[in-house]
Structures are given as structure tokens and as C-alpha cells.
Design a protein around this ligand. Structure first.
Ligand code: M6R
Length: 616
């Protein structure tokens, strides 16, 4: 979860570090800190509990002696509460070494005991300070930061990205990674390290992936990568395909508002270049080979949170279009129960960040057991795609708000492309059927753009409901995962009780929750759907309204049958059933954001959360 940035070059390091931390703050915002080596070779640090703004204001009021080498950290607390003392950097070698960390060092208690026995004192409750003291001691013995870090990483267990600087080696930043993210930004006469490319995209678009159990030493004019055994490696480089402005708020009131407005573009860009002659053309998938694709007898989707709900929507489509059984599992439940996998199982992971630890571990587990793995991911250079046999990137652009919005619609789009591709290759769809579905998918961005117009109406509703303590969401078929998504947004943003239910489940228990005034959002399927789901959901509405529920229906334009039964109707454009979720979720994204705003809450950085959950 924490955000990490390192810099060496010719610029003032404090500005570079604070700029990088600003763009990484979504990863954690319990505390922030920097360490820089000044022009005289002294190490200076500053750190504070609370959001980055507190550190920034303090540095503006009392600047740190600056130099051209430094590291910065924004924290999501694991070991030890969010205090000044527990904020990173932590020091070693009598204050000459500074170290920052993302992850959890699982054997820290044992190492701490050893360090206490040898006379060290601790100033924090963190596991990180153990690493700082160990690297400090190793530096004293070796006189070299790379050698010191190499010695120590081999003693650590768990997940970590570590960055360190030492006053006796200005012009050097050393980083190491195991199961936590780290990428290198390649500049001219300067180099960068970051938890993701957002840390340095303002200065360079050239980046290098660092693999698992690798260590990097950056200097202004060189980048050296070795594995934890000390052998040199040459990691792949890549170009970042978005600009720093994409990760800026611009004139928007919040990143979330901006990112909801980008939902049409997220879908459009995820489709772009992936349709040839009206059919889906995903070389990332076809490269697995037609035999492999035809031999798949089961798809297993693994993901967490919103990404899992996107997977649930995808399940309906892949099963329908490719005629392959599809299961969806929360990644953290998956690998602790010895799941049945075979080489004919295609395990599809979905992750915006590509770093979610639970999902990453599930992918590794599946791969080790012989399943084929494909990731749907939004972040270049992330770990999960690297650990997978194939990757389909969503092109939603950087998502900064902790609550996922545009990534959700892009993920659904990617699962649809996958379902269509499998349906085409396996002959489950005729070309005409596939072309019809592709055309409908291509029409979604324009329809989505019109749904953005519901924002003002939702804002009024949210203000009217600012004191609401519980909201329920009902959906059916592909509307069910959308109901879950609507409820999750309210929990994480507005901190109120919210539940999503499959509408058909209502009478099996949840209807007992209905009492006068209970607000219920209902995703109403199209009345044109031949399976008569519309009339079933309208019956559900009647049942809850008879018990006093206040119903807000999300229904397609022209559905007049729903009017007598709902207190409010939010309209979405006509679309066939599989494409409704992409449209119907927008009002729910707005609602979560607006209810949080109406309550005066921080929309982009809800309490206790971090954007990327890189610990289990
Ligand atoms: O980066 P990922 O897509 O793997 O993240 C998965 C979940 O942590 C994420 O979707 C989370 O549920 C969001 N905060 C929901 O808005």
C-alpha cells in the first residue's frame, strides 16, 4: 500500500519527491516523509503523521537543506499506528542512512530481538526500522549501499520494496523488491524510482520493470540491476503511454468526479485497435494458440472488490458467448482451499493496479498448479501481468481516486472482448452474431456520455438523503453485480450501511430489512428482454414498496411500466441486456460520490483505505 519515490540527478530533490508523493498519495495517506542528502553530504529527514499536505506545509515554512539525492514515502499503516515516529523514513548507521519501505517484513520480531540484543534502540513500532538498522550495520561493514542492501534482503521474509540512501554515498539510491511494486524511471542525467510510473511521469516516459527479487542501484548516469544473488540482469524497458496531466485533477472538484467523467473514454480506449473487420482481434489472447483456446474447459476469474464485481458481470457474458463454464472467486478465498485446477483451466485475474497482493498470490498459485493465466490490468509495468501468461490491458488511464470507477467499466469491457474472442475462436458465435455484439459494444461510449448528464439529478437526491443511514441495492442477472458495486461505493465513500442483493433473493431473507423509509435502488432490466426479468423485478419493487421502501429505479428510456412503482426514476439509454451494466453503474458511482460530498467527507481518500492493497 505505501507510495515510494526515489531520485538522483541534478534537480532539487525535495520538489521532485513531493511531486512524486502527490501523485502516489492515493496509495496511502496516514503519514508522509522525505530524506535528502544535501550539497554538503548531510542527510536530512522530515516526516509527519497525516496527509501529505502537512509535510508540504512544514517544508515550505522551514525548508530542508536540499540536494540532488533523496527518497520519499507516503504510508498506509500496518505495523504501528499513524504517528510521526512511525512515519518513514527510518534511520540506521547513527542517522547517516535513511530507508523507506512498502510491504510487511514477516520475520521482523525475530530480527528485532537480535538487534535489541546487540544494543540497538528502536524509535518506532514499525517492522521497517529493523531493515533500516540492519542495512545501516551492513553499510558499516561493507562501505557500500548496494552490498549492504544485498546482504539484508536475503535475511528478510515477506513482501517489501525498500529504498535507501546513505550520507557517505551521495548520488546513489538503492532499491530492492520482493512481492511489492517498484519501477525505474530513466532520465537524461537523472534517474527515478517509484511504486508506479506516476511517481516520475512528469519528468520521463521511459521506464524499466524490476523483476521479483531484484535490486537496483541508480546514479545520475547509470542504472544497475542485479538479482538477490548479485548476478546482473537486464530488465525490459517500456514507454509510459499517458501524460502527467492524466494524473492531475485539472479543474475537477475531485479525482473521482474527473474519473467518472472519463468512463466513456475508458470503454472506448479499451476497445480501440481491438476490432478488425467487425470482429474482436485480441492478439494477446490469440497468441496462446487456437488449440489452447479451444481446449479451455473452464474459466476462473479471480479478483477483489470492484474488480471482482466486474468479473461477475464478465461471467454472464463469457458463458453466454463462448459457452464455457465460468466461476468468479475472491482472490483471498481462492488459494487457501486447494482449488481444483487443470491445464485446461484459464485463470483470469482482474486488477486495476496490477499489484493487489491477494490477486497476485492467487495468480502465482494457479500458475504453479499448471493453469493458464491471463490478467486484465490497467497499469503498465505492474507485477500481476508480469506473472501471467498473457495480459489484456484496459486503457482507462491512471485512476487516482481510491474508489474505482472508470476502471470498473474498462474491466467489464475487457471481459466482454475476451468472451467475444473466445466465442469467435471456438465457433460458439457465428461471425454475424459476433459482429452484432461488437457493434453494440462500440456504441456504448456514446451512450455512456449521455448518462453522465444524470449527475445533477443524483446530486439533488444525495443532498436530500445526507442523513440516510442505510441504502439497499437490488439487481438481477448482470444487474446483480452492479448492485454490489453500488453498495460498495456507499460503504467506502459515505461510511453508511449498504448492501447489494440479487432481486430474486429478496424473499429468502433480505426483505425483512425493509421498513418505512428504507431507500432501495433497483436496477430494472429492459422490458424488451424476452426472459421477462423486467416484470419479475417490477414485482419485487411492488413487494418492497408495499412495506414502505422508497424506491429509486434505474430504468431504460421509455420504460413507462416502472413509473407507477418507483419514487424516482433515473433513465439510461436503450441497450441490450449485456450492455446495461456499463450504463447503469454510472448513476451509482455518482451517488456514492455525491452522498460522501453531502456528508462533507473526503471523496478521493476515504478513511482507513488505500488504492492499492499490496499486503494480505
Ligand atoms: O487494483 P485492484 O483492481 O486489484 O483493486 C481491487 C480492490 O481493492 C478495489 O477494486 C477496491 O475494492 C476499490 N476501493 C473499490 O472502489
Amino acid at each position: 500500500m505505501c507510495g515510494i519515490v526515489g531520485y538522483v540527478g541534478t534537480r532539487g530533490s525535495v520538489d521532485v519527491l513531493l511531486g512524486g508523493l502527490k501523485r502516489l498519495e492515493y496509495r496511502g495517506y496516514d503519514s508522509a516523509g522525505v530524506a535528502v542528502i544535501d550539497a554538503d553530504g548531510h542527510l536530512g529527514t522530515r516526516k509527519h503523521a497525516g496527509k501529505l499536505g502537512i509535510l508540504t506545509d512544514d517544508l515550505a515554512a522551514a525548508p530542508l537543506a536540499d540536494g540532488h539525492t533523496g527518497i520519499g514515502h507516503t504510508r498506509w499503516a500496518t505495523h504501528g499506528g499513524p504517528t510521526d515516529e512511525n512515519a518513514h523514513p527510518h534511520l540506521g548507521d547513527d542517522g547517516k542512512l535513511a530507508l523507506i519501505h512498502n510491504g510487511i517484513i514477516e520475520n521482523f520480531a525475530e530480527l528485532k530481538g537480535e538487534l535489541l540484543a546487540s544494543g540497538h534502540t528502536f524509535h518506532s513500532e514499525t517492522d521497517t526500522e529493523v531493515a533500516a538498522l540492519l542495512v545501516g550495520d551492513a553499510f558499516r561493514a561493507t562501505g557500500d549501499l548496494t552490498a549492504a542492501m544485498l546482504q539484508v534482503v536475503n535475511r528478510l521474509e515477506g513482501a517489501f520494496t525498500l529504498l535507501a540512501v546513505h550520507a557517505d554515498q551521495p548520488g546513489v539510491v538503492v532499491g530492492a523488491r520482493r512481492n511489492s511494486p517498484l519501477v525505474i524511471g530513466l532520465g537524461e542525467g537523472e534517474n527515478f524510482l517509484g511504486s508506479d510510473v506516476a511517481a516520475f511521469v512528469e519528468y520521463t516516459h521511459r521506464a524499466m520493470e524490476i523483476g521479483q527479487d531484484q535490486l537496483v542501484t541508480i546514479r545520475p548516469d547509470s542504472v544497475e540491476v542485479v538479482d538477490f544473488g548479485g548476478a546482473p540482469v537486464a530488465p525490459p524497458t517500456f514507454e509510459v503511454d499517458w501524460d502527467a496531466s492524466a494524473a492531475e485533477k485539472g479543474g475537477w472538484s475531485s479525482f473521482m468526479a474527473k474519473e467518472i467523467s472519463e468512463e466513456p473514454e475508458a470503454v472506448a480506449k479499451t476497445i480501440l485497435g481491438r476490432v478488425t473487420d467487425g470482429l474482436v482481434d485480441l492478439p494477446e489472447v490469440t497468441a496462446l494458440g487456437p488449440e489452447v483456446l479451444r481446449s479451455i474447459d473452464r474459466v476462473l476469474i479471480i479478483a477483489c472488490g470492484t474488480a471482482a464485481y466486474a468479473g461477475m458481470v464478465g461471467k454472464y457474458a463469457i458463458e453466454q458467448w463462448a459457452r464455457i463454464p465460468v466461476d468468479v472467486e475472491l482472490a483471498h478465498e481462492f488459494r487457501y482451499r486447494e482449488p481444483v485446477l487443470s491445464p485446461n483451466t484459464l485463470v483470469v485475474s482482474i486488477s486495476q493496479s496490477g499489484e493487489t497482493m491477494d490477486t497476485l498470490m492467487a495468480v502465482k498459485y494457479a500458475r504453479e498448479r499448471g493453469a493458464r493465466t491471463l490478467s486484465i490490468c490497467n497499469t503498465q509495468g505492474a507485477t500481476i501481468p508480469r506473472e501471467s501468461d498473457a495480459v489484456v490491458y484496459t486503457h482507462a488511464g491512471p485512476e487516482v481516486a481510491v474508489a474505482s470507477t472508470k476502471a470498473f467499466v474498462a474491466q467489464i469491457t475487457a471481459t466482454y472482448l475476451l468472451g467475444l474472442q473466445l466465442g469467435q475462436v471456438r465457433g460458439a458465435l457465428t461471425d454475424d452474431e459476433a459482429r452484432g455484439l461488437v457493434a453494440e459494444l462500440q456504441a456504448v461510449p456514446e451512450k455512456l456520455a449521455t448518462v453522465l448528464g444524470v449527475g445533477d439529478r443524483i446530486k439533488e437526491l444525495a443532498h436530500w438523503m445526507a442523513d440516510t443511514r442505510s441504502v439497499l441495492f437490488l439487481g438481477r442477472h448482470v444487474g446483480y453485480p452492479v448492485a454490489l458495486e453500488g453498495a460498495l461505493k456507499l460503504k467506502e465513500l459515505a461510511y453508511i450501511h449498504a448492501e447489494g442483493f440479487a432481486a430474486g433473493e429478496l424473499k429468502h431473507g433480505p426483505i425483512a430489512l425493509i421498513e418505512p423509509g428504507q431507500v432501495v435502488f433497483v436496477l430494472v432490466p429492459s422490458p424488451r428482454d424476452p426472459r421477462s426479468l423486467h416484470s419479475k423485478v417490477v414485482s419485487n419493487i411492488q413487494e418492497i414498496r408495499a412495506r414502505g421502501a422508497r424506491v429509486i429505479a434505474i430504468a431504460e428510456e421509455g420504460d413507462v411500466a416502472v413509473l407507477p412503482h418507483a419514487d424516482e426514476v433515473i433513465r439510461i439509454p436503450l441497450a441490450s441486456p449485456f450492455f446495461e451494466p456499463l450504463l447503469a453503474v454510472v448513476p451509482l458511482h455518482y451517488f456514492g460520490m455525491e452522498l460522501a460530498s453531502a456528508k462533507g467527507l473526503d471523496v478521493d481518500q476515504p478513511r482507513n483505505l488505500a488504492k492499492s492493497v499490496t499486503v494480505e
